[in-house]
Design a protein around this ligand. Structure first.
Ligand code: DI6
Ligand code: FE
Length: 416
């Protein structure tokens, strides 16, 4: 894309993109504005509409010719575990020989094997390993990224993970939202003493990390192989006391009533949800809790039970889609792949899958006023694509048509 013109003294807009088809994700469908234009100022969207309706007085310091490409909101990956050390392809091999994920976890593998590797890694090693995965996401137009802790399970390592997440946001062109997932697994030194570990999470880790401003939200893994609803509620009470929003890994492998629980705390999201039942759906609808679906984990675990997409639609629950990028159940740093899988595996429509990585993903992070759609006043985060129609983003598999990304009004190449 060429810089067309620079005006010397213009003081209205910093930049304008001309000859673009906008998928604003604002309004019905994709919120399409064909033959559109979009202008930014001070990192925000200052104007958008049909190019023919550009005000005749409009000036911009820089004009870009979009050459008929599609322009969408920057994509948002609202559920990831991209910060970790080590590698679990050995367990992938074991699972292919028939060993169950829960069995690997019981043997001290699974999450705990990543905990060992992460505890042993320095901050620099962790940052280097994580940056490569983040770069893969950014190349596909991601401009906002949630990153969870949860592979430290002690105060120092949880802090190190969250500092690395903050460093990613400070040094790479992406906005990072951090989530404290201290209640991800029971660390080896607390084996058989889950309640004591939860006390550590609530009384020591959470306040210390919140004081360092490392936590934007608090998550837990409510599951047979992890924490009970009662233990999860203790974590949520501690988070609520610190005025931190909550979310939950809920109903991934069994029905624990997790969605109902997180809705009771007006949680931002309930994530996974293959085993979600009707009362959980109703509770989420009432609370405005977003359903975050993670088809990558469903795929890698070769699950067969589908999340209740139609019932979520019927209840009016907003559905987001994310990668769950993690070394055990979703080694997949690709948001476009997650969007394709949301359609092929979960039977979502391409329109729902794009809403799931823009507008609804923003809601899942509590960032709806800032990002997730193209509208005047929102942060100027967007992506340009050489596609014929927005549905192509979900339709193609293993293909990246992203040509440029704009973060807070600043243009970058997808791989930069
Ligand atoms: N559910 C998941 O899918 C990931 N964490 C969680 O609570 C798995 C994390 C891992 O296996 O490392
Ligand atoms: Fe997860």
């Amino acid at each position: 894309m060429a810089e067309a013109q620079t005006l010397p003294d213009a003081n209205i807009w910093d930049a304008v993109w001309l000859n673009v088809n906008l998928a604003t994700m604002n309004g019905p469908g994709y919120g399409e504005v064909p033959r559109g234009a979009i202008a930014v100022r001070d990192g925000r969207i200052a104007w958008l509409g049909l190019q023919d309706n550009l005000p005749s007085t409009a000036h911009a310091h820089v004009e870009y010719d979009g050459r008929g490409q599609w322009l969408t909101p920057g994509l948002i990956d609202c559920h990831t575990h991209v910060v970790y050390a080590g590698n679990r392809s050995d367990e992938f091999e074991d699972r292919l020989k028939g060993v169950a994920y829960e069995e690997i976890a019981r043997r001290g593998g699974g999450i705990l094997s990543t905990v060992r590797a992460t505890r042993a890694a320095s901050e620099v090693e962790l940052l280097t390993a994580s940056r490569a995965r983040v770069a893969s996401l950014l190349a596909e137009g991601v401009t906002t990224l949630e990153i969870k802790s949860g592979y430290g399970l002690d105060t120092d390592t949880e802090a190190r993970m969250l500092r690395v997440a903050r460093a990613i946001g400070a040094t790479m062109p992406v906005r990072v939202a951090t989530t404290f997932l201290g209640a991800h697994a029971i660390p080896i030194e607390y084996k058989g003493r889950a309640d004591d570990y939860i006390s550590l999470v609530c009384n020591e880790m959470l306040p210390a990390l919140a004081r360092e401003r490392l936590i934007d939200a608090v998550d837990a893994f409510c599951e047979n192989i992890a924490f009970t609803p009662q233990q999860t509620a203790r974590v949520f009470d501690a988070a609520t006391a610190l005025k931190l929003p909550v979310k939950l890994h809920a109903e991934q492998l069994s029905d624990q009533g997790g969605a109902r629980l997180v809705a009771r705390y007006r949680g931002l999201s309930a994530d996974h949800l293959e085993w979600l039942t009707d009362d959980g759906i109703q509770a989420m609808a009432t609370a405005g809790t977003v359903a975050v679906l993670l088809p990558g984990a469903f795929y890698f675990l070769r699950e067969t039970r589908l999340p209740p997409v139609q019932a979520l639609r019927d209840a009016g629950v907003a559905i987001a889609v994310a990668t769950d990028c993690n070394p055990g159940t979703s080694p997949m740093p690709s948001i476009l792949t997650a969007m394709n899988m949301a359609c092929t595996l979960f039977r979502m429509t391409p329109e729902e899958s794009l809403a799931g990585t823009t507008r609804n993903a923003a809601a899942a992070l509590g960032l709806s006023t800032e990002v997730g759609m193209l509208a005047v006043g929102k942060r100027a985060d967007f992506a340009l694509w050489t596609i014929d129609r927005p549905a192509d983003l979900s339709y193609m598999l293993g293909f990246n048509p992203c040509t440029a990304v704009v973060n807070a009004g600043k243009l970058r190449a997808p791989r930069s």
